[in-house]
Ligand binder design. Structure first.
Ligand code: HEM
Length: 313
């Protein structure tokens, strides 16, 4: 070419670019013009820092309310990381590769471990006086209404295993996702203490998310993590270990840490200090009550009998 200004490497890249744009009927030169005029990327634009830091809008002037909002947001971002791994497995049409399956479950476990470990930000990190004041301005909103939390559960296991403890056996033989949905454990928990009716918190939650939850449950009937385990990896010791870890973190360790926060702030006088979502939280939140387990076959009878009573595996 006789052009000494560009290295062979750059010329080869230009040729590849031309092939790329030609294939789509596009003019490379126009795109190069665009490149010439575009600004350098900055950290703050790429990470969208200004937007991110503008998403905290306390309802009161108690400074600790910001901690409460931020920690919920941090948790939701971790939930998103967990879903990012889970969905690559359960929404794929391809047979999962063993190493990839293991890697993704272990990544989910790492994220859960961070959530379990950091939950003391809630337990120890707020002034109880302030909490009891600002929470009254948040009624009837509750972390109970976290849609991502439920979507994670749905992807981890067969739907009937999320049924209320008294309905689990009956729901195991149901092939109606809708019927199982009406009997999920968290529906039974969210009833008004006094009247036994669905709480407003639950009704609003259902209104927003029911369609999405049912659609996801239908969509992963054959490809949720439990199905994938039984279809492709049954008996694989390393995968069993990873799934047990996931089950324990999601259904015992995180719920126990979370329960501790309710005890710290709401325990003093249960008659006076009601839960924001109106649940009978002492009966509902301890993991030994509902005994939710995604993979009951991977535990001994004794381990299941003691479900939710030990912090460590
Ligand atoms: C001081 C901190 C917290 C307290 C006192 C607390 C209290 C409660 C209570 C009483 C419930 C039962 C439902 C209700 O009546 O509202 C609940 C449910 C729930 N909260 Fe929290 N919570 C706290 C922090 C969090 C955080 C940071 C998250 C993260 C997203 C969260 C997520 C949830 C979820 C997912 C449920 C439903 C649990 C289930 O169905 O098993 N909570 N919380």
């Amino acid at each position: 070419m006789g052009n000494k200004r560009f290295s062979e490497e750059v010329l080869a890249q230009l040729e590849k670019l031309e092939e790329k744009y030609d294939a789509m009927g596009q003019d490379l030169s126009a795109y190069l013009d665009g490149l010439l005029h575009s600004d350098y990327l900055t950290y703050w634009d790429y990470i969208q820092i200004d937007t991110l830091l503008s998403l905290q809008s306390p309802r009161t002037s108690f400074p600790d309310e910001k901690i409460f909002i931020l920690y919920h947001q941090i948790t939701e971002l971790y939930f998103k990381l967990i879903l990012n791994e889970q969905e690559q497995l359960i929404l794929s049409d391809e047979t999962p590769d063993r190493e990839v399956f293991l890697k993704r479950i272990n990544r989910m476990n790492r994220y859960f471990a961070h959530l379990v470990d950091s939950f003391d930000v809630m337990i120890e990190g707020m002034d109880p006086e302030q909490f009891l004041n600002f929470r009254m301005s948040l009624l009837p909103a509750s972390g109970f209404q976290s849609g991502q939390f439920r979507i994670i559960e749905i992807g981890c296991t067969d739907f009937h295993l999320l049924a209320d403890i008294n309905k689990k056996e009956e729901m195991a033989s149901s092939d109606s996702i809708k019927e199982i949905y009406d009997n999920l454990y968290w529906k039974q928990g969210a009833t008004e203490l006094a009247t036994g009716k669905k709480t407003l918190t639950l009704r609003q939650f259902e209104h927003k998310y029911s369609d999405e939850f049912i659609q996801r449950a239908e969509g992963v009937k054959e490809t949720n993590l439990r199905r994938l385990y039984f279809k492709h990896f049954e008996g694989d010791a390393e995968i069993i270990e990873a799934l047990r870890n996931l089950d324990y973190q999601a259904n015992v360790q995180w719920p126990l840490m979370h329960y501790k926060s309710a005890v710290r702030y709401l325990q003093k006088d249960p008659g006076v200090i009601k839960a924001t979502g109106g649940t009978n939280w002492q009966k509902y939140l301890p993991p030994r009550r509902q005994q939710v387990s995604y993979y009951p076959e991977l535990w001994t009878a004794e381990e299941i009998a003691n479900w939710g009573t030990r912090e460590k595996l």
